[in-house]
Design a protein around this ligand. Structure first.
Ligand code: UGA
Length: 433
């Protein structure tokens, strides 16, 4: 059944939810307090690079099922309102819910009785239990419906979720069922639970992914000491269905706008409760060490020692984003490594298919992968864009001053780059002696 849905916040989660619910035949009004953003969206201009998102927004605008506004009053006749507001990292790693709380306090004056308030933002455990108090009325049932969208796959993940989680009190169970119905027919498990479990499941999932990647990054280091190959070890671990093959690739560390923030917030939540979740602290420390380890590896490949000087050394970076499929530089380990290399005196050029070319103090971003090799002493793969595998390595070798490649994503075929004359170093694939 087509419903009237309001979305507050036209960021990554809000816009994806608005566009996808429009696609699922609902009538959606998306409210954001940024006038220029709303104007741009009204014109169909979308700055978030998510495959399929622009098409869904355009379709929604042209069939008039999707509207954007800065006026909260436009929410007066919606049956559901989705809170898609930022919860940035606040003091001491806690998620900062001030924006969300301010908006929630205004809702009783805006919404009609019975409108379901749906929390999509990642909020600290216990927020769902506090919202009714903030709303000050039992007439607006609250349901927690955390999102599990990966950047670069947000539309795909929204329309083909692997689970739909709905947290509510027993009294609001009917409201939770109505939220579930918004998603239409789905093969995914639709899970009704209490608000705290829904909220915790979100943090627990992201922090577990962070743990998994830190685990494999440390294993990769160990492989180098025992002549083992992390690609083999990961493959063999992944054959156990209890472990699964995903998130077992070593890299420069986990980054982005979610894993670092949510892992730190879960640690804080545990500390508040007096629960020792030191394994999360270890994973965070290991993640910082991983960036330093990759930087040392690059130094060693270029200078022969892990503390050799990089002064005036030209290094070409393939990738800057925190992962492939996005141009997002937030908390990107690649950027942190670039910063370290620049601090050591290296002259950096970078190419990333998701990042616009521009010059910064740190690194010259170019729009052609072959330009990064020009007079370079070394090339470093920092983001796992599949197209880097298809590069013409003979051409790169011809442009470079020295043929050295450090593959911090184990993306390349070592034999192919070796054929072009490159000295190749991966992570956990070559002995560290
Ligand atoms: C993450 C979660 O995967 C989503 O389920 C969640 O909805 C989202 O956060 C969110 O909370 O909004 P995302 O931030 O897009 O999604 O990033 P991931 O795909 O999880 O990657 C995280 C980091 O781990 C990246 O830096 C990536 O390069 C790294 N990674 C991942 C590895 O180094 N190795 C791997 O094998 C996998």
């Amino acid at each position: 059944m087509a419903e009237r849905v309001g979305v507050i916040g036209a960021g990554y989660v809000g816009l994806t939810s608005a566009a996808c619910f429009t696609h699922l035949d609902h009538q959606v009004i998306c409210v954001d307090n940024d006038q220029s953003k709303v104007d741009a969206l009204d014109r169909g201009e979308i700055t978030i690079a998510e495959p399929g998102l622009a098409e869904l927004v355009h379709d929604g605008l042209s069939c008039r099922r999707l509207r954007f506004s800065t006026a909260p009053e436009t929410l007066s006749d919606v049956d559901f309102v989705l809170l898609c507001l930022p919860t940035p990292k606040g003091d001491g790693g806690n998620a900062d819910v001030r924006i969300l709380e301010e908006v929630v306090a205004t809702l009783p004056g805006l919404l009609k009785t019975g409108c379901v308030v749906v929390t999509k933002s990642t909020v600290p455990v216990g927020t769902g239990a506090r919202l009714p108090e903030l709303l000050g009325t039992p007439d607006l049932p609250v349901v927690s419906n955390p999102e599990f969208l990966r950047e670069g796959h947000a539309v795909e993940d929204f329309l083909n979720p692997d689970r739909i989680v709905l947290g509510s009190t027993e009294e609001n169970r009917r409201a939770a069922e109505r939220v579930a119905a918004l998603y239409g027919e789905t093969d995914a498990p639709v899970w009704f639970t209490d608000p705290a479990s829904a909220e915790l499941a979100k943090y627990a999932s992201n922090a577990f992914l962070a743990l998994k990647v830190s685990y494999v990054n440390i294993l990769a280091e160990l492989c180098e000491h025992y002549d083992a190959d992390i690609r083999e070890v990961g493959r063999l671990m992944g054959l156990d269905p209890r472990i699964g093959p995903a998130f077992l690739s070593p890299g420069p560390g986990w980054g982005g706008s979610c894993l670092p923030k949510d892992t730190a917030a879960l640690l804080r939540t545990a500390e508040h409760a007096g629960v020792d979740f030191g394994i999360l602290r270890d994973a965070m420390k290991a993640n910082a060490r991983q960036q330093a380890a990759v930087t040392r590896k690059i130094r060693r490949a270029v200078t022969g020692t892990s503390d050799g000087s990089l002064k005036g050394v030209r290094i070409g970076l393939l990738g800057l984003a925190f992962k492939a499929g996005t141009g997002d530089l937030r908390d990107s380990p690649a950027l942190a490594i670039a910063r370290e290399l620049a601090r050591g005196g290296a002259i950096l050029t970078a190419y990333d298919p998701g990042v616009d070319s521009a010059g910064t103090d740190l690194v010259q971003v170019v729009d052609d992968p072959y330009l990064v090799a020009k007079d370079a002493t070394a090339l470093v793969v920092l983001t796992e864009w599949p197209e880097f595998r298809e590069l013409d390595w003979d051409r790169l070798a011809a442009a470079a001053e020295r043929a050295i490649v450090v593959d911090a994503r184990n993306l390349l075929d070592p034999a192919a780059v070796a054929r072009a004359g490159f000295a190749h170093t991966g992570l956990g694939t070559t002995p560290n002696r």
